[in-house]
Design a protein around this ligand. Structure first.
Ligand code: 13P
Length: 259
């Protein structure tokens, strides 16, 4: 079975509840028409209940952008996995580079969160990627393999279909400076090899690995055309529903075109 592609919107710190309602209402029928592709929207906590409710029993997966791995208690300002489930989230971003770089999330924290998401029945989308300085110094793979490896150490026995990785080189995020399709394939192909070495072929063939970083309608086809790229995690170009729908349509497997 080929992996099912995924097109994921990361709204980051954008949209009021009203804006989220309008977007979701426009997206739902268009996502329902998309064949063979998972459509996910990662929205601010304040919109999540509404988007989760609207997307319940639909083709759209509502997700959060972050959470904390304890279930409850004295963790002021944090949101737990049971709270996300309560508002009908089905997925969660873990370790986005903005969480790591601006809010100091470590590989160990990211690994714990990933384990907790899996145990709670949330689909984790684990983000990894290197800075420009690290890439220029030849350190891309050391950074990315350490990030992925730490997660694999922590998560215990799970099937590959239950986890998604997103390779998001930090220098390509929000800069308009997309990785070339070859760079994306190179990093994502190496991630898949690492999954194969550490977890075996079934896991590596089941786990999806997305690319993120300045994906837009003009460049999505060549990125999706790479062997190991299973979809995209999109910031800026996901904020307008028309542009996001174009990306979803580009992720549909060729066999379902025009049917
Ligand atoms: P942009 O698509 O705005 O570059 O953001 C990518 C990203 O960080 C998605 O998580």
């Amino acid at each position: 079975m080929p992996r099912r592609p995924m097109m994921a919107a990361n709204w980051k710190m954008n949209k009021t509840v009203t804006e989220a309602q309008n977007y979701t209402a426009a997206l739902l029928p268009r996502a329902a028409d998309a064949e063979g592709v998972d459509v996910a929207v990662f929205v601010p906590f304040t919109c999540l209940h509404e988007v989760g409710r609207m997307a319940e029993n639909s083709a759209v997966i509502a997700g959060a952008q972050n959470f904390y791995y304890e279930d409850s208690g004295a963790f002021t300002g944090e949101i737990s996995a049971p709270m996300l489930k309560d508002v009908l989230a089905r997925a969660v971003l873990v370790g986005h580079s903005e969480r790591r770089e601006i809010f100091g999330e470590t590989d160990t924290l990211v690994a714990h969160k990933t384990k907790r998401a899996l145990d709670a029945g949330l689909l984790p989308v684990v983000c990894v990627g290197e800075t420009k300085e690290e890439r220029d110094a030849g350190g891309m793979w050391e950074k990315v393999s350490t990030q992925v490896g730490r997660v694999l150490e922590e998560i215990g026995e799970v099937g590959g279909e239950g986890i998604v990785f997103a390779y998001e080189p930090i220098w390509a995020i929000g800069t308009g400076d997309t990785a070339t399709p070859d760079d994306a394939q190179d990093a994502i192909g190496r991630i898949r090899e690492l999954l194969r070495e550490e977890r075996g072929g079934e896991f590596a063939d089941g786990a999806r690995v997305l690319y993120g970083g300045s994906v837009k309608p003009a460049n999505v086809a060549e990125i999706m055309g790479q062997n190991d790229v299973d979809g995209a995690l999109v910031g800026g170009a996901s904020l307008e529903v028309d542009s996001f729908v174009q990306l979803v349509e580009a992720a549909e497997p060729p066999s379902s075109d025009g049917e």
